[in-house]
Design a protein around this ligand. Structure first.
Ligand SMILES: [Zn+2]
Length: 278
């Protein structure tokens, strides 16, 4: 899937999860806490593609997350790609093909998602609000780059970085610093998993079973059958899936916060009266 679909699917997954927590478990969150988690999940849903380094990017063209923070993220992407290739080569079995590029390897596995989620939780517990603000900055940049890929391409990385900075600053001003935010690690981890699912419904698949060997292969690419695969950038992705993700997001937000708005405007007592009259 393309950037906007990955980012939207991450946002939709987190908002739907927050709605479920609120309604089924009675775990309500402030609008800002929901927004921070949604940003991290949307950004996390782009994180695995940080293994597309500069060289690859130039070959493929288009907007990728590796350019979010200019040369800084291009450098990070180069390192991530090389480390992923290193993990691939070190754990490759006889039937696994030789590779000279690490795209869609280590960052597209469940252990990577777990590692990133655990790391985020550790940071948020140890450094509290500072860590939350720093991670908001990073993931907001990825999310903006992913969601508004054409705008981001035109605006350039400085504008994207500045916009992410504003979001981080807003979080710093308004987020209470007297508590931990253990759910945020879950947000980033879930974002990565949602990315894997998104890649699995396209033709290439991801090595979702790693590190479980299967038929002398450790890095088997697994996805839906080709006949069912969603065409990258086709109408199934751009129209059907993106509309679905947007709808889920809007309904979840309405389900969480519209009742409070009703209460504020005293519409619910009015609704109750209407109910009694019937
Ligand atoms: Zn991917």
């Amino acid at each position: 899937m393309m950037g906007p679909s990955h980012a939207l699917s991450g946002a939709a997954a987190w908002l739907a999860g927050c709605w479920a927590l609120d309604h089924l478990a009675g775990y309500g969150q402030s609008p800002l806490a929901v927004a921070v988690g949604t940003t991290m999940c949307a950004g996390g849903a782009l994180l695995p593609d940080l293994d597309l380094s500069g060289r690859v990017t130039r070959n493929q063209g288009g907007a990728t997350v590796a350019r979010t923070f200019g040369v800084f993220s291009l450098f990070v992407a180069e390192v991530v790609e090389k480390v992923s290739l290193g993990v691939y080569t070190a754990t490759r079995l006889r039937r696994d093909p030789r590779r000279d590029n690490g795209h869609r390897t280590f960052t597209h596995t469940l252990p990577f998602a777990a590692l990133v989620g655990w790391g985020t939780t550790e940071l948020c517990v140890r450094f509290g609000k500072w860590a939350v603000v720093a991670i908001v900055f990073f993931t907001a940049g990825l999310a903006l780059r992913g969601l508004f890929d054409e705008w981001a391409e035109r605006a350039g990385w400085l504008i994207v970085t500045a916009a992410a900075g504003v979001m981080a600053w807003f979080t710093w001003l308004h987020l209470p610093g007297d508590r931990g935010y253990p759910l945020l690690g879950v947000a980033v981890g879930v974002g990565c998993v949602v990315h894997l699912l998104g890649d699995m419904i396209t033709k290439n698949g991801v090595p979702i079973l790693w590190p479980i060997p299967l038929g002398r292969r450790m890095w088997r690419m697994i996805g839906v059958p080709n006949a069912m695969a969603v065409k990258v950038g086709g109408p199934g992705e751009v129209i059907v899936l993106r509309t679905l993700f947007t709808l889920v997001s809007v309904l979840a937000v309405a389900g969480m916060f519209a009742p409070h708005l009703w209460h504020r405007f005293d519409l619910d007592t009015w609704a109750d009266n209407a109910h009694w009259e019937r």
